[in-house]
Design a protein around this ligand. Structure first.
Ligand SMILES: *[C@@H]1O[C@H](CO)[C@@H](O)[C@H](O)[C@H]1NC(C)=O
Ligand SMILES: *[C@@H]1O[C@H](CO)[C@@H](O)[C@H](O)[C@H]1NC(C)=O
Ligand SMILES: *[C@@H]1O[C@H](CO)[C@@H](O)[C@H](O)[C@H]1NC(C)=O
Ligand SMILES: *[C@@H]1O[C@H](CO)[C@@H](O)[C@H](O)[C@H]1NC(C)=O
Ligand SMILES: CC(=O)N[C@H]1CO[C@H](CO)[C@@H](O)[C@@H]1O
Length: 492
């Protein structure tokens, strides 16, 4: 069992695909939910390196979605090396381990997971709420940061929902769905920022020359309903890529079934996906299908088209590892009323011209004071860990945060114990980023500095922000393809 996931992997997954082809926009109809589960990272990748990887893939994503050229591989690698050389605490992760950060408690109803299989988890007695010396960062988060792994979500109450398991310290979220005949379980990263579903083929090979690892694969040998079309597809994400062919097979999730659904099997995967440490078997893109490289409906659109749900709605409760609730959920065909306060729900039109979920940001505040940012938009993306703001915006925002500093061209530090509350207003309602989420990873225990969850990205439009899980953990988020709009509400 692949209990652990790697930051690197997750990062790459979260990344972005080369979108491109504007397709006819399919009418959809319907409702469903699935549990979302968090996963934790496995390798002892130093926090700042992981952070740079998040920044890199987010930049690529931003470039793709704004239709500009992203940074080259060399530039991205240079950023990573620079970050490694700069870091003042290369032994950070080791130190965390020595201090015996706790592992998350197994969650009832959880099946596969991860922390249980960590090799050296001798001492897990310490309390998860005890201080780590890194302000807002809890021992559980440190553990997840240094080792990765999966925190399994509890079973959702709503029958149209799936749990979202958490990867590492909130770096990504996946659900388990069934594919083929007989149906088998696949772990699938849920991504509102791309529009293709794929899993590895039985013939999958890695671009590193090896196999595609210990994942679950799909093909004629394992599924009697498998149909190959021979039509190729390829998708380049921020730090990884897959290519393969378009197939049809049956998929089941959250009580729904799609017979002969069209999606992809990957015959070639880069290491970010093929590696054994990558905890998921494939990815489900849930942006609008006009972004689809496979030129086909997303599962939620297909559910609507087959009349199983009335409208192609998908709703996310993104959970936070530090809360230890593991109540992440993805709901198909509607919203899960138990997850948000109905009187706080606001609905805004989608502003993207290419199929992402992009909303106008009316206002940005710090501790209640409005900052001078007018006319900004946010692409809301569950598959991006951080927030990436245009450089000038990222700079002036951090200048306003007490104790924050520029770390390098793209990154900023904030005090690990910051109480700064950043509010983003959509549809006339303000949603506040939890200060714990403004703190992404520890950097320097002596100075008490942590890496900020908001970074600079130089490749987007001047007013365009890419807003990932750093924000989405603090709001209920729902998208509707048929109405071309999205909703946000305060969490209960
Ligand atoms: C990956 O997992 C597969 C299947 O369990 C195993 O055969 C292989 O040795 C593993 N690869 C590495 C590098 O551990
Ligand atoms: C997989 O990669 C190989 C070598 O790079 C290439 O020749 C082949 O066409 C690729 N297959 C697919 C389905 O993209
Ligand atoms: C699925 O495809 C197979 C093979 O083309 C066909 O026999 C079957 O009727 C299809 N099922 C549905 C529900 O369309
Ligand atoms: C944060 O920590 C610093 C140094 O440890 C301390 O001086 C400061 O008062 C703390 N701030 C808050 C808001 O707790
Ligand atoms: C209001 C608005 O601009 N809506 C856009 C949302 O996205 C679609 C593409 O998926 C555009 O065609 C719409 O114009």
């Amino acid at each position: 069992m692949k209990a652990q996931s790697v930051f690197k992997t997750i990062l790459s997954v979260a990344c972005l695909s080369g979108l491109t082809v504007a397709l006819p926009y399919p009418p959809g109809v319907g409702i469903v939910s699935l549990p979302l589960k968090p996963v934790a990272r496995a390798r002892s990748l130093p926090a700042h390196i992981a952070h740079q990887q998040h920044v890199n893939h987010a930049k690529r994503r931003l470039a793709t979605l704004t239709g500009r050229e992203g940074p080259s591989d060399d530039e991205l690698r240079a950023n990573l090396y620079k970050r490694m050389a700069l870091l003042d605490e290369p032994q950070l992760t080791k130190r965390f381990n020595r201090h015996g950060a706790t592992r998350p408690k197994p969650v009832s109803g959880a099946t596969a997971n991860s922390f249980a299989s960590s090799k050296d988890d001798e001492d897990d007695e310490s309390s998860s709420s005890s201080s780590t010396g890194f302000g807002n960062i809890t021992p559980i988060e440190l553990e997840a940061l240094s080792r990765g792994g999966v925190a399994a979500a509890e079973e959702p109450q709503d029958r149209n929902s799936l749990g979202l398991d958490i990867i590492a310290n909130d770096v990504g979220y996946f659900s388990t769905i069934q594919i083929g005949t007989p149906p088998r379980d696949f772990r699938i990263l849920m991504d509102s920022g791309s529009a293709d579903l794929w899993v590895g083929s039985e013939e999958c090979v890695s671009t590193n020359g090896g196999t595609c690892g210990n994942h679950v694969f799909l093909g004629r040998e394992s599924s009697s309903t498998h149909l190959e079309s021979g039509r190729p597809f390829s998708i380049t994400y921020g730090t990884g890529a897959v290519s393969g062919t378009v197939v049809k097979d049956n998929i089941r999730f959250a009580g729904f079934e799609l017979t002969n659904h069209t999606f992809g099997v990957a015959r070639n995967e880069t290491e970010e996906f093929s590696d054994n440490s990558t905890v998921f078997d494939g990815l489900m893109g849930l942006a609008q299908s006009r972004l689809s490289n496979q030129r086909t409906l997303t599962p939620v659109e297909a559910l609507a088209q087959t009349g199983q749900i009335r409208e192609a709605i998908i709703s996310y409760k993104i959970s936070r590892l530090a809360d230890e609730k593991n109540d992440g959920t993805i709901t198909f065909g509607g919203l899960d009323a138990s997850k948000f306060s109905a009187n706080t729900l606001v609905t805004v039109p989608n502003l993207s011209r290419i199929g992402f979920w992009e909303a106008a940001m009316d206002k940005i505040t710090l501790d209640g004071q409005e900052l001078d940012f007018a006319g900004r938009t946010a692409i809301l993306d569950t598959g991006t860990t951080l927030i990436i703001a245009p450089p000038a915006d990222a700079r002036s925002l951090h200048q306003a945060i007490p104790g924050a500093r520029q770390f390098d061209q793209d990154s900023f530090t904030v005090p690990c114990n910051t109480t700064a509350k950043i509010g983003l207003t959509f549809g006339g309602r303000e949603f506040t980023i939890d200060p714990r989420d403004l703190v992404f990873a520890p950097l320097n225990s002596a100075s008490g500095d942590c890496l900020s969850g908001i970074s600079a990205g130089t490749i987007g439009g001047d007013n365009q922000w890419l807003v990932g899980d750093t924000f989405l953990k603090s709001a209920y988020f729902s998208t509707n393809v048929n109405k071309n709009e999205m909703s946000l509400a305060a969490l209960t």
